[in-house]
Structure formats: C-alpha cells, structure tokens
Design a protein around this ligand. Structure first.
Ligand code: NAD
Length: 254
C-alpha cells in the first residue's frame, strides 16, 4: 500500500519540474492529486498521463478566486484536502538598483502571496477534518542570501517564516506545516529566468558536498515524506535538500 493511499493532494505549479515529479510520485503512492498551474496544456497532458487519480485545474496561485474554486471542488467532489504542496514559484535576476517595483511585486505575488493564499484556502477544511499536511517549497534562498535575487530571496525567507507561524497556529488542529529548501535543481526555472538561455550550473554544483545538481525526483521524495504520515511528528521544520550547499559559509574553499 502506498504511503498516501486515500489522501487528496493539491500541488501548485505542478505542470512541470519539481511539482510534476511530486504529482507523479504522489499518484504512485496512492493519492488523488489536483495539479494546479497556469500552463494549461502541459498540466492537462500530465494529468491525462497519470489516469483517473489526477486532474488538472487552472490555478493562478495569486488569485483568491482560483483558490476558492479549486479548494471548494476538492472538498465537494474529492472529500477534502489532506495535503497541500505550495510549489509554484518564479525567479528573476536583477541587480538591486535596477529592479523595477512591478517585477518585484510580481515575484512577491506568486511566491509569497500565493503560498499565503494557499494555506488560508485549505486551513478551514483541514481544521474541520482535524488533519492535514502543508508543504511549502522555499529554497536555499530562504536560508541565505544570493546576489541579484532580492525579490526571490525575500519571498523564500517569507515562506520559511509563515510556515512556522502556520505550524504554531494549526498544530492544535492536527495540521502540520513544514518548509522544504531545495538547492540547485535541474528544471527550466533558471533557464526561463535567463530569457530562455541555457546556463551551465555544473561549476557551482561541483563546489557542493554531493558534487551534483539535484533532480526533481530528489525533491519529490522529501515532499512525499513531509506530506505523508511518516512525518507525523514533524511540524514547523525546515528541511534543506541541497546536496549540502548550506552546510557551510562563504569562507569554505573546495
Ligand atoms: P519550474 O519553473 O519548472 O516550475 C514552476 C512552476 O510554477 C511552473 O510550472 C510554472 O508554470 C508554475 N507557476 C508560475 N507562476 C504560477 C502561478 N502564478 N500560479 C501557478 N503556477 C505558477 O521550476 P521548479 O524548479 O520546478 O520550481 C518549483 C519550486 O521550487 C519553486 O517554488 C521554486 O522557487 C523552487 N526552487 C527551485 C529551485 C531550482 O533550482 N530549480 C531551487 C530552489 C527552490
């Protein structure tokens, strides 16, 4: 029996990358999964490939209306929401003096407000059920700063912080909330942020203890652990899955 047998999960930003890997693993472990994203064609394609256990819904995480529609549907037709993975995120590189407010706010609205809206949308149904697990995808940029990522870093620190507040408030209702801090993961996120150009990140990856970039599947396993009852006594925790990148500081020389 899979470790998510009988559970209903909503995963945001799940049309591709780490969210898609989590959706595949969750279905393999017995969950019914709502794949939410703004990339409708890719999302539908993934849901179809996963069969009856997965559905795709357009879910712009910065939209209150979209959250209401998806959570209402999950409660009414799937029987509730056991797991929420707030995975959707965007990244932009810009030097601090050159970052337009509009770009800054766009990143805040998706990464930070999106995570808040997601937790708020599922809190009441999970409280009514007396159980639930929320997994918020932060980043190593939620643990330490990175040049040219003012907006992204601020949102990822915010996610780490609000996960702890939610863990404190919702714990008495049987709801666990944890944050995951992936390191450098092989997805299209960095390429998109670089205007579609491939960026060779291997030199940076060679400097970390495990000497490689992470895969979406590496992160999906961590998310699965936190989503499932195997982590029944884990809440308010931050779990780095970064090949050891944040185990040191800038003085370390390879
Ligand atoms: P990705 O770009 O492949 O996936 C992000 C997904 O979020 C995409 O499918 C995108 O369409 C979706 N998305 C963007 N805006 C959205 C919105 N408004 N509403 C709903 N969905 C939206 O990148 P990924 O690496 O799979 O990223 C997943 C998460 O992991 C993100 O939160 C990211 O910040 C985080 N992360 C990534 C890395 C990395 O190196 N790739 C490292 C640390 C953390």
């Amino acid at each position: 029996m899979g470790c998510l047998e009988g559970k209903v999960a909503i995963i945001t930003g799940a049309a591709r990358g780490q969210g898609a890997a989590a959706a595949r693993l969750f279905v393999a472990e017995g969950a019914r999964v709502v794949i939410g994203d703004v990339l409708d064609d890719l999302g539908k394609e993934l849901a179809e490939s996963l069969g009856a256990a997965a559905i795709y819904r357009h879910l712009d995480v910065s939209s209150e209306d979209d959250w209401k529609a998806v959570v209402d549907e999950a409660v009414e037709t799937l029987g509730g929401v056991d797991v929420l993975v707030n995975n959707a995120g965007i990244l932009r590189f810009a030097a601090l003096p050159d970052m337009p407010l509009e770009d800054y706010m766009r990143i805040v609205n998706v990464n930070q407000v999106g995570t808040f809206l997601g937790m708020r949308a599922v809190a009441k149904p999970m409280m009514a059920a007396g159980k639930g697990s929320i997994v918020n995808i932060s980043s190593v940029e939620g643990l330490a700063g990175m040049p040219y990522l003012t907006a992204y870093t601020s949102t990822k620190f915010a996610i780490r912080g609000m996960s702890k507040v939610a863990a404190l408030e919702l714990g008495p209702n049987g709801i666990r909330v944890n944050s995951v801090h992936p390191g450098m993961i092989e997805t299209d996120m960095v390429k998109d942020a670089a205007g579609g150009h491939d960026i060779d990140l291997s030199p940076a990856a060679k400097r970390i203890p495990l000497r490689r970039m992470g895969t979406s599947e590496d992160i999906a396993e961590v998310v699965l652990f936190l989503a499932s009852d195997r982590s029944a006594y884990v809440t308010g925790a931050e779990l780095a899955a970064d090949g050891g990148a944040t185990a040191t500081h800038a003085f370390y020389m390879v």
